[in-house]
Design a protein around this ligand. Structure first.
Ligand code: 2YJ
Length: 279
């Protein structure tokens, strides 16, 4: 899993309004709207629940340690959509204690492997990878119009790619999957939680797959795999992977038919999934 860097999230706070305006132009809906569709809850339910919530963010020092700006970036995204948000003064165990003392309904934290939201009332764990896969698959569906019966290429068969494939299959897309490690493609097809596994094809070479597919979801951390020659006027790309997999020329050519961010869609969708079962 890619570890975010401070540079990936620098300035995210001050750009949220612009980010949201671009998201609406691309998908027809805002951050809350897209996240609610991904989590399958209504905007009304989301807003009513979130406005009454206290959410604690705990910096975690284990592994490679604190990423400067990480908790603040997550806090700014959450503040943008509602709720009472606080970053704990202390990291780790001290942060847990503070979250309980301040009555947090939801606690969020990340180490090098997992980024989770914990719904303290329902003992529900929402993983950022699952939320991110859902969000970017939903966003691709919205950008493209409707992906039912359409062919979609998913690059990267990790947890984000798996969740994206499950979401695309639920939408009714025909999905081709590719990973640099072929065994991960087979594992994804075995693991994926759907009776419609026959809708999943395995690609052993990315080149023809990238040329043949106009709808692409890139959930891999590979740079420069999507090149300018792969982009046509009908290409739509949803790219949760960090760093972005498009070459500079490909990025320019695909223009606003690209959905990509380091945290925003995944974080708001985590929150929507975490409040879904609150009465
Ligand atoms: O609390 C901190 O500042 C750090 N322990 C944050 C670590 C952030 N974790 C990562 O970057 C992981 N690779 C997961 C990120 C998932 C984003 N889609």
């Amino acid at each position: 899993m890619t570890r975010l860097k401070t540079v990936d999230i620098a300035g995210l706070d001050s750009m949220l309004s612009l980010y949201e305006a671009e998201l609406i132009a691309k998908t027809g809906d805002d951050l809350i709207g897209l996240a609610c569709r991904a989590a399958d809850i209504s905007k009304g339910h989301f807003q009513k629940r979130v406005n009454a919530l206290s959410i604690g963010l705990i910096p975690i020092t284990s592994g490679q340690g604190i990423i400067i700006g990480f908790c603040d970036a997550v806090a700014s995204i959450l503040s943008h959509v509602g709720g009472k948000i606080f970053v704990t003064q202390k990291p780790d165990v001290g942060g847990w204690a503070e979250s309980f003392e301040r009555g947090a309904d939801i606690v969020m934290m990340a180490d090098d492997d997992r980024f989770v939201a914990l719904n303290m009332t329902h003992r529900l764990v929402v993983d950022n990878a699952a939320a991110t896969g859902r969000a970017f698959a939903t966003g691709l569906n919205m950008m493209a119009g409707n992906l039912e019966d359409c062919a979609v290429l998913v690059i990267g068969c990790g947890p984000v790619g798996t969740s994206a494939v499950e979401t695309l299959i639920r939408i009714g897309a025909r999905v081709t999957i590719y990973d640099i490690h072929p065994s991960r493609c087979r594992d994804l097809k075995d693991r994926v939680n759907t009776p419609l596994k026959s809708a999943i094809r395995l690609a052993d070479d990315p080149e023809p797959a990238l040329t043949e597919n106009k709808f692409i979801l890139d959930a891999s951390p590979a740079e420069n795999i999507i090149k300018v020659d792969h982009i046509t006027p009908e290409t739509y790309i949803s790219a949760p992977g960090i760093p972005l997999g498009l070459s500079e020329a490909a990025r320019l050519k695909v223009s606003n038919r690209l959905l990509h961010d380091p945290l925003q869609l995944g974080v708001v969708t985590m929150l929507a999934m975490a409040v879904k079962h609150l009465p």
